[in-house]
Design a protein around this ligand. Sequence first.
Ligand SMILES: [Zn+2]
Length: 317
Amino acid sequence: MESPTTLQQAIQFFGEYENCRQFMIAVRWPDGKVRCPQCESDKVTYLQAARLYRCYGDHPKQKFSLKVGTVFEDSPIGFDKWLPAVWLLVSCKNGISSYEVAAALGITQKSAWFMMHRIRLAMQSGSFRKLGGDGGEVEADETFIGGKARNMHVSKRQRRITGTGGKDKTAVMGILERGGEVRTVVVGSRRKNVLQTEVKKHVEAGAAVYTDALLSYDGLASVYAHQVIDHASQYVDGRVHTYGLENFWSLLKRGISGTYVSVEPFHLFRYLDEQTFRYNNRKDMENADRFKLALSQIVGKRLTYAEVTGKVGETSF
Ligand SMILES: [Zn+2]
């Protein structure tokens, strides 16, 4: 199947429902056999007029759409908008605001905002591989995100911040394997046990780990070849630095403050997932590859509006 390589082609291509259907089948079932989400049977019939499938198994919910069992489940928005929305989010280097997505796709900002959170869930890494194996070098560092809104005029502030919270800076920890991937995690504090638990969770024992002189990293040398950046000495070891992570932080902050204006701490990890996905998949990949990768991760995940907002009983549509 020919598939799109640019945003313009994607919008055109997915404007045809049949293309969306074939694409979704290829993503979800590489053998081409659509399976019932209830019983896994492939004895299903396509009901063209309703754009649904029907299973012959003896169970409720015999009819199902291709969205069932994915982050798109229960959404009244069509694939003609969902798929270009995924394209936009995986390909815009600094992210894209829900206002821009809404304008580009002809949907409400509220719908776009919710869609983007669902797409971020698909972008979440499921990798459990430890970093720094085989002599790899790892940088660990923390930064603070947010807090700017505190100085804004109150009416402007209320427009920019929905719900409660969002006033204080949130600590984020990053762990980067040089030449490899980055992991990010929102941490409640920069205490020793918090930061070292993350390092041990993500980094192979014995790896070279570089950090600044924060006391919370003291003691890592018992498990790692831990070296601390010495800003005071003029004889600095050229390998002992955290420039890789500092570069990532500046990308992240440019995206968050430039594109998203303000992010509630509650949602911060989703923006981290988004930026981390683009960063980890930046080399030797075209937008079309990132798009297919994100789509390969839509299955088996769900995010309801109540989960993302904490408001039960309200919908985005
Ligand atoms: Zn079935």
